[in-house]
Design a protein around this ligand. Structure first.
Ligand code: XIL
Length: 321
């Protein structure tokens, strides 16, 4: 029936990463977001490139529209993302100055953004994609200019700006090899020992249908062993990881996808209740998934098809709880 929706069924918040341009012009897209999800993340509107046209200016309108949409429709807002080595405006890449100037700029960005959304954004990806595949810190511009301590600093500044916000570290590839995930988990354990106000680990799960089930549960369980909250923050399950240009969608692939989603949701639901921050899908339909443009391939990674219809993956997600 019509009452069976994600948000009415899932025992934890269920979210989606949204594109503000599409939300504005496409009423069917909007209807799915309103009906199915109770948490939203901004696909791009809260990234530094969107919020910071110049070193001295902030451009809030798109992100404010997202918050307004969330308030009108009773959605939780998850903040994505404060500090990332990508999606940087050119003025940051060309920023002059030594450690003190960089630190001041970094602190100002975190402080102004978190304060602006205080009481509206309940949790933040404070640090996005900071780890390399071998488990070491990536040598991002922030690390180059501020040293490895930049992660601790970012959490401290964000916490000062909004002590109630739950602060996450977010990364991808947590379900592939062990090295990256274990490097991140070890780093986070160090943060906890140092008294850094980290509240959770977010695992993106931009993933694919041909990855073994056990890899997902192992990733979730090892992350949860820190005792922190766990957010599956950007999930989609690609059907065409090999980027085959001529691949056609088959019902077999759709069933495999549904089973993969079901397994992941079931593994997540088995974590301790108080650690379940929620699961967020990255985009709404197979038409607007970032994967198609970014990897330039046909793909069908989401629970709704390009005609806004529920796929077997939709039922798979429901079956996981
Ligand atoms: C992606 C967006 O979906 C794209 O529209 C944009 O071009 C690039 O970024 N990990 C993240 C997200 O943390 O911010 C990325 O989002 C996907 C990978």
């Amino acid at each position: 029936s019509d009452n069976i929706t994600f948000q009415n069924t899932m025992p934890f918040p269920i979210g989606v990463g949204i594109n503000m341009g599409i939300l504005k012009r496409d009423s069917k897209y909007r209807a799915i977001v309103v009906k199915e999800y109770n948490s939203i993340s901004a696909e791009t509107a809260m990234k530094m490139k969107s919020l910071r046209p110049s070193a001295t200016t902030y451009s809030w309108s798109e992100a404010d529209n997202l918050v307004k949409f969330a308030e009108e429709n009773n959605k939780r807002v998850y903040g994505h993302a404060l500090i990332w080595g990508n999606s940087l405006p050119d003025w940051v890449k060309n920023f002059k100055g030594g450690y003190p100037e960089w630190k001041e700029m970094f602190k100002a960005h975190i402080t102004e953004v978190v304060k602006h959304f205080k009481g509206k954004v309940v949790a933040w990806d404070v640090i996005n994609e900071a780890f390399a595949d071998n488990g070491d810190l990536k040598n991002t511009i922030w690390r180059q200019k501020l040293g490895p301590n930049y992660i601790d600093m970012a959490f401290i500044f964000a916490h000062r700006a909004d002590p109630s916000a739950i602060l996450f570290i977010n990364d991808y590839g947590m379900e592939y090899g062990n090295n990256k995930r274990r490097g991140l988990v070890k780093y986070v354990e160090g943060m906890i020992q140092r008294g850094i106000p980290i509240g959770g680990i977010a695992t993106q799960f931009h993933s694919r249908v041909n990855l073994e089930d056990a890899k997902f549960s192992r990733a979730l369980n090892e992350i949860a062993a820190t005792g922190l909250k766990v957010h599956i923050s950007e999930m989609e399950i690609s059907l065409n990881p090999g980027s085959i240009k001529s691949l056609l969608l088959s019902s077999l692939l759709e069933r495999q996808q549904a089973a993969k989603y079901e397994y992941i949701v079931r593994s997540y639901n088995a974590l301790p209740k108080k650690q379940q921050f929620g699961i967020t899908l990255w985009n709404v339909t197979d038409n607007d998934s970032w994967v198609l443009n970014y990897y330039n391939r046909p793909d069908w990674p989401l629970p709704f098809d390009g005609n806004y219809q529920k796929k077997p993956a939709y039922q798979g997600i429901l079956n996981g709880v």
